[in-house]
Design a protein around this ligand. Sequence first.
Ligand SMILES: [Zn+2]
Ligand SMILES: [Zn+2]
Length: 267
Amino acid sequence: MDGGLLTALLDLCFPPRCVACALGVERVYLDALGLCPGCRRGLGGPVERCLACARQVGPEPVRRLGRAEARQTCERCAGPHAEEDALATPRHASAPSRRAIRGVVAAWTYGGVPRDLVVALKFHARTAAARPLALALAEALRHAEVPGDLVVHVPLSALRRRQRGYDQAGLLARHVARTLGVERSRRALRRRRHTAPQSGLSRSARRRAPRGAFVARPSRVAGRCVILIDDVLTSGATAKACALALRRAGALSVTVAVACRAERGRG
Ligand SMILES: [Zn+2]
Ligand SMILES: [Zn+2]
């Protein structure tokens, strides 16, 4: 049987589905990333984001600005409480930084189609959803001109990984590393113990929970500029704990890169 006929037969029995909304559609309508036209439109274009926390800067999606015009930080990160609040130190900050995170990059705000993709990837084992997320993230990293010579992901605990069968941030990291042509290490960072799912915790407990939960291997990360990949950034506590572990192991810098930034009141 020729390949075309086989595909047609398979499509009849198992109609191809959009990786985001899982709607069965004819193959011709799916784009190269497996998205249906509705989801493709729903993804929207890139927006400018704060370099320190990756929150969207400005009221709505904007055209891509040139580097010189781009605003560096949101009001929150530049404001009086920035010392306690900000995840990272913006580049133009005058005081020498003692923070572990150099900057935060996100492809999208958590919500809508990007949220559907994350949910598909994390909870419905639709691993093909990793590609559109990772490609947009790689593009955002390029645009932000992030220094990086090692891609590392926020690892699941061994228990959670066994339950899920794969590590979603690891999948994102693989695609991002390939797209950018940067080396990737799967074992640079390890989760020491199983931590409770963050969604069940209060805000303050969330911030406390991951401290000391990660350990990094100096042999892999010392002297490297690390791009730390995760699917969603909420409080940033987990990313911070990872970045501290990486810096302790000798990483020169850590930039956090997430597919989605959770922002209250958006998405
Ligand atoms: Zn769809
Ligand atoms: Zn900010």
